[in-house]
Design a binder for this molecule. Structure first.
Ligand code: CA
Ligand code: CA
Length: 400
């Protein structure tokens, strides 16, 4: 939208300039006319002829800067080529000398990958990606093309991303921590050389305060590089959309994803006062888009293990009594479920299924309770325990 007034301004000025030049040309003697025309042609030719025009941050030259642009930096890490004269990180077309070396499969010239133009591909080239995130271009030379990687590396077992919430349950207004782990099967051959991945984590943005979502890479994994974007990091255009976080992780030219390892954690802030007329809701997380590549730019299948989280209603406490510590076991359970409190308290309990239907409920005034579960069909249930000024919800699996 911002480019509209600029484009309109340029358009209104150009006819004027053209008219003035035209008048001058008419009055000028022949020799001077060709002297003016020749430099104009000379300026235009290199751009459309043998040179390249690149945009810093669009390392795969697909027309935008986003998390995928980390991957070419990982593939070409440490490569050297000609510097870009007058280089900057600003999202403008920048002329560069072709490196004559390309990404192995997509054939993209490494001049596009050297985002800062200093003649070396390294982690400094990442800076242009968040700076220009979601910016669009369609004037690069060669023109932008979808980044299609046609070759896949066949695998027997699929590596996958595992999402795990730190807790089963959070209250409204709490911060839910989601761990992102990468699981690499032992059966993978050394030739797989898994290097880098880009993926999108999705969740129901209406249940969360997206302006506060954050990503923290695993601090000990210093061999990895990361790019992450969410509405939370919104400065200008950095906004993949509500309930979406785009993340890329890459080794520095080494097969850093050829082993299982933690990638990082996501902090998802649950909206306050969202549950109306219901006691709890479920927040599902998934990774609908994901791409894993190896050192040769080949695609390796990447799976996902999802997780979900129970959001429970916050009870506004009027009592100064702190909530007791509660243990619920065993889980999974077959016949009897035990509730153990660290002090005596009056509490009510309820077992319901995921759609909220109550199966059993009762009241107790003690330090423990025993609930029979043998008559429940196998599946997931919520066990809700409510005392004066406190509340606890656990997800329980009943098996036969
Ligand atoms: Ca791109
Ligand atoms: Ca560079």
């Amino acid at each position: 939208m911002e480019s509209l007034p600029l484009a309109a301004g340029q358009f209104s000025q150009q006819p004027n300039q053209f008219t003035i030049m035209h008048k001058h040309q008419i009055n000028l003697p022949k020799v001077t006319l060709s002297a003016i025309a020749f430099p104009a042609l000379f300026l235009l030719l290199p751009l459309s002829g043998y040179s390249q025009l690149m945009f810093p941050g669009d390392t795969n030259n697909d027309g935008t800067a986003n998390h995928f642009d980390l991957l070419p930096i990982g593939v070409a890490y440490g490569m050297e080529g000609p510097e870009r004269f007058g280089a900057s990180l600003v999202w403008t077309p920048q002329e560069n000398t072709p490196w004559a070396t390309t990404l192995p499969l997509s054939g993209i010239d490494l001049g596009f990958v050297d985002a800062d133009g200093n003649g070396i591909i390294d982690s400094l080239d990442i800076d242009a990606i968040p700076l220009n995130y979601d910016s669009l271009q369609n004037v690069s030379i060669p023109p932008p093309m979808p980044w299609v990687l046609p070759d896949t590396f066949p695998v027997v077992e699929v590596p996958y991303l595992q999402l795990t919430f730190q807790e089963n349950t959070v209250l409204e207004g709490d911060t839910a921590i989601l761990f992102i782990d990468y699981v690499y099967p032992a059966s993978m051959p050394p030739t797989a050389s898994a290097l880098a991945m880009a993926f999108t984590i999705s969740f129901d943005g209406t249940l969360t305060d997206d302006s506060q979502t954050f990503f923290e890479p695993t601090p000990t994994a210093t061999d990895l590089m990361h790019v992450a974007a969410a509405t939370a990091f919104a400065e200008g255009w950095r906004s993949p959309g509500e309930g979406l976080v785009e993340i890329a992780t890459s080794g520095r030219g080494t097969p850093a994803l050829s082993m299982s390892r933690p990638i990082g954690k996501l902090g998802i802030i649950i909206e306050d006062m969202i549950l109306q007329g219901q006691d709890f809701d479920t927040l599902e997380v998934d990774i609908p888009q994901r791409l894993l590549i190896n050192l040769g730019e080949q695609v390796i299948d990447l799976g996902v293990q999802k997780d979900s989280l129970i959001i429970a209603k916050t009870v506004r406490t009027t009592s100064l009594t702190p909530a007791p510590k509660i243990q619920i076991f065993p889980n999974p359970v077959k016949e009897q479920l035990f509730i153990q409190l660290n002090r005596e308290a009056e509490f009510a309990w309820r077992i319901s299924n995921l759609s909220g239907k109550t199966f059993k409920q009762g009241k107790d005034m003690s330090r423990s309770a025993t609930l029979s579960t043998s008559d429940l069909p196998s599946g997931f249930y919520f066990l809700e325990i409510v005392g004066e000024g406190w509340r606890e919800v656990e997800k329980v699996f009943v098996c036969e």
